[in-house]
Design a protein around this ligand. Structure first.
Ligand code: PMP
Length: 408
């Protein structure tokens, strides 16, 4: 027995946790590309644009000014103020800086919140399909993820009845995400008000509203923040947002949360033990993003909308797959029910969406993520954060791979 086998490096809980599926798919795609294979990576969700130059300048200037020391754990005063101003400008919400925390990406905001509040066995309600990390974070922290299926017939929106049925005395959080990764589902004010009627009756439930795709909405859809719609639930709502998606700043790792002061304090305590304040120069960059020209946000959104249209039109012409036109974010969550049971040219049966994505990678050279990674099958997610030409080629390749299948 090797030393490695004898001394397992993993805590027991890690046996129940998967590495991020989209990161795995992307890494596999990169490996195949490095081996010389012609693979289009539609796995990872990050804008393909460069960070706007005024934001980069701000980081450089901050470093030159000497903003290179440990920042306060909960964020620099200037970024917290920029976030307060952003909430007022975009969401008509008034927060005090004591109700704001800045973290290493929205992901850490979510982790801080769950770690600060979950006791063993506490349940966290997830609207499937959901951003896969929610479930793994809950599991790592000893909580119990509870999936509520949200079907394509209802545009992947949470039904109030289904929410009511899922709540138990052990429910600690409901996690909402609009626009949604992976489905692009977006909630209107009246959708939220219907959910509020249920949540009003269950004061044990905290609400985490992940609004990281706020600015990427289409068809003149008017984004509404959960807290703006349901102000009566403000004292138990944490709004999560960040600069990664709207400003093409995924690598800068700045996210933020806004919620009741007591919760923010508990989250700050967690963060102080793990990572301290987020990178000081990245925080200065985030100030420039939030307070500077918002033109690039509008430009990025226009590009994502054009690509959404391209994908929707292409999928319409491919038999065997379906797509409910997403109203936001930069993904297409494609239904592939009709492909289940089909056989490939080499005689393999496509038994589930994981088999379908494996086939697409192998045959079409297109990397996509199976719906199972998001808690709803059979679907696969492609990211539309890729230039129009590559997207178009990828969909043509998917179409010809589907053409080669034999159906019973
Ligand atoms: N929430 C959702 C719904 C996401 O899709 C992502 C990124 N894929 C995140 C949070 C994490 O964002 P950040 O890069 O700010 O950690």
């Amino acid at each position: 027995m090797s030393v490695e086998q004898k001394n397992s490096y993993s805590a027991k809980i890690l046996g129940r946790v998967q590495p991020s599926a989209s990161a795995w798919v992307s890494q596999t795609a990169k490996k195949l590309i490095a081996e010389g294979r012609d693979v289009i990576d539609l796995g990872l969700g990050e804008p393909d644009f460069d960070t706007p130059s005024h934001i980069i300048e701000a980081a450089y200037n901050a470093a030159k000014r000497g903003e290179t020391r440990y920042p306060p754990t909960d964020g620099t005063p200037s970024l917290k103020q920029a976030i307060v101003d952003k909430f007022f400008r975009d969401n008509q919400l008034t927060f005090d800086p004591s109700e704001i925390i800045v973290s290493n990406g929205a992901k850490q905001v979510i982790f801080d919140a769950l770690m600060a509040t979950l006791n063993p066995g506490d349940e966290v309600l997830l609207c499937a399909p959901y951003f896969g990390q929610y479930s793994d974070m809950v599991t790592i922290l000893g909580g119990q993820p509870v999936e509520i299926p949200c079907t394509s017939e209802r545009h992947f929106l949470l039904e109030p009845k289904a929410l009511e049925a899922a709540i138990t005395p052990k429910t600690r959080w409901l996690i909402l995400n609009s626009p949604s990764n992976p489905s692009g589902a977006t909630y209107t004010e009246s959708d939220y008000l219907e959910l509020e009627k249920v949540l009003d009756k269950h004061s044990n439930v905290l609400i985490l509203s992940d609004e990281i795709y706020e600015h990427i909405v289409f068809d003149d859809f008017e984004f509404v923040s959960f807290t703006t719609a349901c102000s009566d639930l403000r004292s138990r709502t944490l709004t999560v947002n960040g600069v990664s998606k709207a400003y093409a700043m995924t690598g800068w790792r700045i996210g933020y949360g806004a919620g009741p002061e007591g919760l923010i304090k508990a989250m700050t305590k967690v963060q102080s033990q793990i990572s301290s304040g987020a990178c000081s120069v990245a925080q200065a960059a985030a100030v420039a993003a939030l307070t500077g020209s918002q033109q690039s946000v509008a430009d990025f959104k226009a590009a994502f909308e054009r690509r959404r249209d391209l994908v929707v039109n292409k999928v319409k012409g491919i038999s065997g797959i379906t797509l409910d036109a997403p109203h936001g974010a930069f993904y297409a969550f494609i239904g592939c029910d009709e492909l289940i049971g089909a056989t490939t040219e080499t005689g393999d049966e496509l038994t589930d969406d994981a088999a379908i994505t494996e086939y697409l990678l192998e045959d079409a050279g297109v990397a996509a993520v199976p719906g199972s990674a998001y808690g709803l099958s059979p679907f696969f997610r492609i990211s539309t954060a890729t230039d129009d030409k590559t997207l178009s080629i990828a969909l043509d390749r998917i179409a010809s791979s589907i053409d080669k299948l034999t159906f019973k």
